[in-house]
Design a protein around this ligand. Sequence first.
Ligand code: ADP
Ligand code: ADP
Length: 229
Amino acid sequence: MLRMSKLAKTYRTDEIKTSALCPFDLEVKQGEFVAVVGPSGSGKTTFLNITGLLEQASEGQYWLDGVEVSTLGDKDKSRLRNEKIGFVFQSFNLIPELNIYDNVEMPLRYRKLSAAQRKERVEQALEQVGLAKRQSHFPSQLSGGQQQRVAIARALAGSPSFLLADEPTGNLDSKMASGVMSLLKEINQKGTTIIMVTHDLSQVAFASRVIEVKDGVINDVENYAQEIA
Ligand code: ADP
Ligand code: ADP
């Protein structure tokens, strides 16, 4: 579970202060599928990066599965991130020089796992995204939708509690996008909590909860479909 209390983020560059996120309280329970919506520049990526321990909040407290993260040093924070969180980005972020198998195995190398355990996890993750047969191919040999499936397999191989996705279908055509969304839904139904930033209103339907960020202010939106109608 995630719990945030009076969390806020201000960027300071030289004399300029940008308030990216105003103080907010939020709880996300295990098994939720949260869509994060809002205009460009409203703070969605900042929210996701703080949630994923890629950035630090400037105020407030954040408990990730009971651990208050501001008390952790960099090393413990990296370990916690590696253990609990999987990331999926708009731009896939696969390593072009590595084949699919090696791409998916990459984050497991930072874990205390035997080679056999790593192999089992990689194969299971690729099986889950339907790309078991493409292990020895390189990213450039796959379609965008397939590359994003590899990125999802890479995130899943670590058995994360939370999958954080930033515009996961932003670079995909609508057919590939709907394949990726169905896969995310399936992963969520197996118990992984998902927090997904999206611009695409058709994807909000996959979520069980909608959070809107507007000028750095975070709010739950009830009846999102009615609200935009
Ligand atoms: P979104 O993801 O909704 O487009 P962001 O979270 O990227 O919004 O940005 C929120 C605000 O914080 C914007 O005003 C942006 O310019 C600012 N911001 C983001 N990252 C930085 C940074 N590293 N330094 C200064 N300002 C930043
Ligand atoms: P964009 O939405 O501009 O295409 P991405 O979705 O790829 O960008 O990335 C969103 C944010 O996460 C950016 O601030 C980027 O710097 C950061 N990021 C992207 N990939 C990684 C990564 N592998 N590790 C850490 N941070 C990343």
